[in-house]
Design a protein around this ligand. Structure first.
Ligand code: BDP
Length: 345
């Protein structure tokens, strides 16, 4: 390890917790807090890792993370422990991704929205109206091409373990929105990537990229007029209490990913890698079931709380407006878009 990067990791370790200091002292193959013999990989050692998630404790992704941690613990007979840090305790998604790249945080569950700035191929999920519904999306995610995108994270110092569900995103505002034209001139918070900025420009709106944790107060104080997300986030982050106009256009389906730090991964034994990979895949079922439940609960809560809901029956005028965005990115994502088309029944 180069001297400068070692110093950076040690500083981060001091700030973020003791497990990282051991990671910085690597070289003998130790990862995070380890004990046991000093073999050149993780074989037989006790390991303790952290997983970061932006959502609160009862949110589907966090319940998925916890299932993942539980399965890893069980499959390793208690030898590998993963502590889930929910509520953005370890930082916003962008900074957590950077920490994962450094190996300072070992695992995270993040949205492919901010991930797109770190692994360009994942930007495809920020393109508008590319999936018909959840079934279409999952057929693609489970296809060879979908899995290839997960694998592609390795060139960005991460290992993609699984996709989690995140439904469809729609707009909500402090101002009335009845049709696509009403978005014109509104200041809309978006996830931090360039495609989202282009998307808002195409709609005649002003894009304001910012971290998820800042959206509630920004809506409340009028820094932004609007935002967009799935209904479980709209409810659990309390955005529905301040932005009371929801228009269900479902412009994006931006899946979540569970990733490991490649710096840590490379030090694991083949057996431990297998345990972790299998556990992540098996946890998807829990997350998806919890997702379906929370989507229904959120819809009910929104209805009961005086939110004005407009359901978009015909998305064609919306698709027309955002076509320049697809045209701009078709060259970059042509093969993936073709695979997405093929995943249509
Ligand atoms: C939610 C994702 C979360 C993102 C958030 C956002 O689950 O990971 O942080 O959107 O809009 O749907 O940034």
């Amino acid at each position: 390890m180069k001297k400068s990067s070692k110093r950076l990791t040690v500083v981060l370790g001091t700030v973020l917790g003791s497990s990282l200091i051991l990671a910085a002292c690597g070289g003998n193959g130790d990862t995070a807090k380890t004990s046991g013999s000093s073999k050149s990989n993780s074989e037989g050692k006790s390991l303790s890792f952290r997983l970061a998630d932006a959502h609160p404790d009862n949110y589907p992704t966090v319940l998925g993370d916890k299932k993942f941690a539980e399965l890893v613990n069980k499959k390793s007979n208690g030898r590998i422990k993963i502590d889930v840090f929910a509520n953005g305790q370890l930082g916003d998604e962008k900074s957590v991704i950077e920490q994962v790249q450094l190996g300072a945080v070992e695992f995270t569950r993040v949205s492919t929205g901010p991930m797109a700035e770190f692994s360009k191929p994942l930007g495809v999920f920020s393109l508008p109206y590319i999936f018909d519904d959840s079934e279409h999306e999952w057929r693609f995610l489970n296809s060879d091409k979908g899995q290839e995108l997960l694998k592609g994270l390795e060139s960005s110092k991460m290992v993609g373990l699984a996709y989690y569900d995140s439904g469809a995103r729609s707009f909500y505002s402090t101002k009335p929105i009845k049709k696509v034209e009403d978005l014109k001139g509104q200041k809309i918070r978006v996830q931090q990537n360039q495609i989202n900025i282009d998307l808002m420009n195409a709609l005649g709106a002003n894009a304001t990229p910012m971290a998820y944790g800042e959206v509630f107060s920004s809506l409340q104080t009028g820094v932004i007029d609007a935002a967009e997300n799935n209904t479980p986030s709209y409810v659990s982050a309390n955005h529905y209490q301040v932005a009371k106009n929801l228009i269900e256009d479902g412009h994006q389906r931006v899946p979540e990913v569970v990733v490991a730090s490649k710096a840590i991964w490379d030090k694991l034994s083949a057996k431990d890698k297998k345990i972790i990979q299998e556990a992540a895949k098996e946890s998807v079922d829990t997350e998806r079931k919890e997702w379906d439940k929370m989507e229904k609960d959120s819809e009910a809560k929104i209805k009961d709380s005086g939110v004005t809901i407009v359901k978009v029956k015909d998305v064609e005028p919306w698709q027309k407006k955002v076509k320049p965005v697809i045209d701009k990115y078709r060259a970059d994502y042509g093969d993936v878009l073709d695979a997405i088309d093929k995943a249509r029944k």
